[in-house]
Design a binder for this molecule. Structure first.
Ligand code: CA
Length: 223
């Protein structure tokens, strides 16, 4: 099914361009030009992702997020900020936004962030497994057979993403997009470090993390 995106932007030229770009990616886009309209739409529907400009007529993007979270709404929110102001990011985080982009941004980056937010919010199976390896999201326990695995939060994130995409090649950037909390930074070199630690810990698990040179990784069954 097409990703449902609510796009809230009062600059009509920018809004129109973004809407076309998202639609070209197969996304279903609802457009709102001010904060009150966005607030009303979010009360009536739960899009997969909401993209909110901060500077809006009526009520601003922060207030739209605040009201959404106050109602218990869980829609992932990406804020668009006009400048790279640290106080805007902090305020966005405190208000309950999940990510932000600083204008001007590349459309490709917006699309990647929207996809990453939608993935992060997708319902997860309680237990992921391959070979003798299992990851239980309810108890946050990782095991190889009967042996418990001690994993850091980020090692868990990398391994969970690889398991969700077992048998498929994933890029280092996809891993980064999937595991990072709002506003944090992670290099591709750091991903390599987590993967090499995971390989040591997965000894005997009956799974292998193969390196796809110049691109990323492939998790598959086998020693
Ligand atoms: Ca604006």
């Amino acid at each position: 099914m097409a990703l449902q995106v609510l796009l809230v932007e009062d600059d009509t030229v920018l809004a129109d361009g973004l809407m076309r770009a998202l639609q070209a990616q197969g996304m279903a886009v609802t457009l709102a030009g001010d904060g009150l309209a966005a607030d009303g739409l979010l009360q009536g529907a739960s899009p997969d992702v909401a993209v909110l400009d901060i500077g809006l007529p009526g009520i601003d993007g922060f207030e739209v997020v605040r009201r959404l979270r106050a109602r218990g709404g869980a829609t992932p929110v990406l804020l668009l900020t006009a400048r790279d102001a640290v106080e805007d990011r902090v305020r966005g985080l405190e208000t309950g936004a999940d990510d932000y982009l600083v204008k001007p941004f590349a459309t490709a980056e917006l699309i990647a962030r929207i996809r990453a937010l939608a993935r992060r919010n997708a319902p997860r199976p309680a237990v992921l497994g391959l070979g003798r390896l299992s990851l239980d999201n309810t108890t946050r326990r990782a095991r190889v057979g009967e042996r418990s695995l001690e994993l850091s939060v980020r090692e868990w994130g990398v391994l969970e993403y690889l398991l969700q995409h077992a048998g498929r090649v994933v890029s280092k950037q996809q891993i980064i997009d999937a595991i990072l909390p709002w506003g944090e930074d992670l290099t591709q070199n750091a991903v390599e470090v987590y993967v090499s630690r995971l390989r040591l810990k997965l000894d005997g698990a009956g799974v292998a993390i193969r390196t796809i040179r110049g691109f990323g990784y492939l998790l598959e069954a086998g020693a």
